[in-house]
Design a protein around this ligand. Structure first.
Ligand code: MLT
Length: 412
């Protein structure tokens, strides 16, 4: 019989968003009437912008003609896209990144999960808490998490950097000398941010302590405040200590198209067990060329189109649309007397459950009373208990209706 990877058997039986979908489907099967509004998983609803569609159609025509047909592309991504990323996402912000430091992929979820392949099984990991579950679950799969303690909701070998109202959601620097620190800013799930000075403390810490920051900036396009960095490489010295993950999913509605990228600077060095210094970029390149055949040509052409002047304009319009929803949700919650964070530099609203309800009890009330789905904060980690996440990715109409239904909670 197949000897399985024991680490998988330690995981909760289902991934957070699959569990929510299961509960909602069970509820929907036995209730009719008012339509359920889904603000749980951060999936977008606006169609792709016309620039991306036009470029995708053109790419399909290339594939239909032997003279322009493209088969396998470079595993690292087509140069036409990597050069645009370098120019618009980095050089335009005064950051010097080379095309061969950019690895195009099918999204940040895959890359933040797969990056563990090139990290020693002995590395100690720190995460902010609450946290995007992929970071923790993939470390469990790799055997770096230790054992789960159900009384604390924590894995024994992971350092949890708590973020809550008492520290204004600004995590303290680690105490246990982790080798790897996952940071996601603007933050999923809380929608909070770090200022440039606050992020600098992390880069300085990593440089002084030999740690590496895995920086997920999938939501950078939602930043509206000038003091919030879009890239960790805006901070001096970050190229020596950070890998950055980006995605077109939330920026341009590519959750179904699939395209993202990861930046692994040449300045970032690692050490093997014999003490030899290695370039992390070469290891990631080796990993990708072996296990990945590149994002699809059609997706990459669509992503390239987002950098045209018209593409940039259309992307900004979609983001403004979602951020109008975020403002509606913030106002609606305030009207209902519910405290919340986020929704200013991120499409997520992180609210404190009223009446001290647990996250899952509030989830049930929202579903039954308001036919509204969100994500229980505790699903993102123990410090998420007593919180709840709503996304701003619905239509204006659905968001307005959600706000109306939230008024029902004033009796709680
Ligand atoms: C979320 O809801 O947190 C995101 O949609 C998850 C993801 O991007 O994979």
């Amino acid at each position: 019989m197949l000897k399985v990877n024991d680490n998988f058997t330690k995981l909760p039986s289902s991934y957070l968003f699959s569990e929510i979908a299961r509960r909602v489907d069970t509820f929907a099967a036995s209730h009719s009437g008012e339509k359920i509004i889904r603000m749980g998983i951060g999936d977008v609803t606006r169609p792709l912008c016309s620039e991306a569609i036009r470029e995708m159609e053109e790419a399909v025509r290339h594939e239909a003609d032997a003279a322009t047909f493209r088969g396998y592309g470079p595993e690292q991504g087509h140069l036409f896209l990597r050069e645009k990323i370098v120019a618009y996402d980095y050089a335009a912000r005064g950051i010097d990144i080379l095309p061969d430091e950019v690895f195009v992929s099918d999204g940040a979820k895959s890359d933040t999960g797969n990056i563990g392949d090139i990290i020693s099984a002995n590395c100690k990991v720190a995460v902010t808490d609450p946290v995007y579950p992929v970071y923790v679950d993939t470390n469990v799969m790799a055997g770096r998490a230790g054992e789960f303690d159900s009384s604390t909701g924590k894995w024994s070998d992971i350092e949890y950097l708590s973020c809550n109202d008492s520290n204004s959601f600004i995590p303290s620097l680690p105490k246990n000398h982790p080798d790897i620190i996952y940071l996601c800013y603007p933050n999923n799930p809380t929608g909070t941010t770090l200022t440039r000075n606050q992020l600098k403390e992390w880069v300085d810490y990593a440089r002084a302590n030999g740690a590496v920051i895995l920086f997920d900036s999938a939501y950078e396009a939602y930043i509206s405040e000038s003091d919030v960095p879009h890239s960790i490489y805006e901070i001096e010295g970050a190229k020596e200590v950070a890998i950055e993950f980006r995605s077109f999913s939330k920026t341009a509605g590519f959750t179904g198209v699939r395209c993202g990228y990861t930046v692994v600077p040449h300045d970032l060095k690692g050490i093997d067990s014999s003490g030899k210094i290695v370039e992390v970029n070469s290891l990631w390149n080796r990993r990708q060329t072996t296990k990945f055949n590149g994002a699809s040509y059609i997706s990459q052409r669509a992503a390239e189109a987002l950098y045209s002047p018209e593409g940039q304009k259309q992307v900004k319009e979609t983001i403004a649309y979602y951020m109008t929803n975020a403002a509606m949700l913030r106002d609606g919650l305030a009207q209902a007397g519910i405290e919340c964070r986020g929704g200013i530099n991120a499409p997520y609203i992180w609210l404190k459950t009223p009446g001290g309800l647990s996250s899952w009890d509030f989830f049930d009330i929202m579903l039954k009373k308001c036919h509204l789905v969100g994500t229980p904060g505790v699903g993102f980690g123990p410090s998420g208990e007593g919180y709840f996440r709503l996304t701003a990715f619905s239509s204006h109409e659905a968001t307005l209706e959600a706000v109306r239904r939230i008024e029902r909670l004033s009796e709680l």
